[in-house]
Ligand binder design. Sequence first.
Ligand SMILES: NC(=O)c1ccc[n+]([C@@H]2O[C@H](COP(=O)([O-])OP(=O)(O)OC[C@H]3O[C@@H](n4cnc5c(N)ncnc54)[C@H](OP(=O)(O)O)[C@@H]3O)[C@@H](O)[C@H]2O)c1
Length: 298
Amino acid sequence: MHAVRSLGTLRNTVCMTAAEPLAPRITLSDGTSIPQLGLGVYKVPAEQTAELVAGAIELGYRHVDTAALYRNEAEVGEGVCASGVPRDELYVTSKVWNDRHGVDETRAAFLDALDASGLDYFDLYLIHWPAPRQDRYVEAWKALIGLREQGLVRSIGVSNFEPHHLQRLVDETGVAPVVDQVELHPWLPQRDVRAAASAMGAAVESWSPLARGRVLEAGSRDREVLSNIAARHDKTPAQVALRWHVQQGLIVIPKSTSLKRVAENADIFDFELTATDMAEIAQLETGERTGRHPDDLG
Ligand SMILES: NC(=O)c1ccc[n+]([C@@H]2O[C@H](COP(=O)([O-])OP(=O)(O)OC[C@H]3O[C@@H](n4cnc5c(N)ncnc54)[C@H](OP(=O)(O)O)[C@@H]3O)[C@@H](O)[C@H]2O)c1
């Protein structure tokens, strides 16, 4: 791994002692395991990323979710190095962007990302979107299969794959992804994707688990329902929303640029939502997405 490039504000974190892991691990179909909670770093400015990642690890996070698109893979690597926690106790995911699908192109994109991160390996590498109009995601998947066979990545998966995209990977390569990372929150519980993923042994990761913060908006019905449940458990609305994910066996990767909220978002493993709570949250389903439908992007 590379040396920390700029100590700056990281100076205080280099020798820190990290807290014990906060989240349980979930076993994936390839026999590896993934911490059920991770820190998402989409839209975290590069100049804040290393310190945020190191700070989250100090709090007990062990999993970070980045992508080539986020332009902070290098800084995620810096934060991981600066944390002082052994690399094999941490879990780093990255993703190939849509403009680099293809057997050779995806392999090259992976090697570029690994180099940028300064890490020796990624734990998980995903195809970010199927981008079906390009129709090159099966070739990208073949590249990922090769990278895993070579030991350059521990596990391989996909993101934003609908059931028919998942099925095509299996039909054409015989290899199922271990993870499908999709937009999932109380508005959009993604039952079809979850059923298809589960049928092939893939775990589901919820991106934008707080609907980009919109389920917490003051004055919204979502906020009111989540606040009422939160009051019953002495928790916050965000903690209730995130607990809804983990209680269903989903992997969850909330993003916050505030270490205070990063800590809040991890304090979800000491309480349990009741069947009534879960039913109330289920009423928030609208089918609304915060992002594009996977068949329409790319
Ligand atoms: N695979 C994909 O296509 C895809 C797409 C989108 C996202 N993702 C991944 O999923 C991660 C999370 O998604 P996201 O960032 O879009 O949305 P999110 O985690 O649902 O919500 C993030 C927003 O909620 C706010 N927030 C977070 N915790 C809060 C709390 N406890 N109280 C109040 N507000 C809070 C954040 O503001 P502050 O930062 O100001 O706290 C931010 O505005 C991303 O970072 C990325 O890793 C993947």
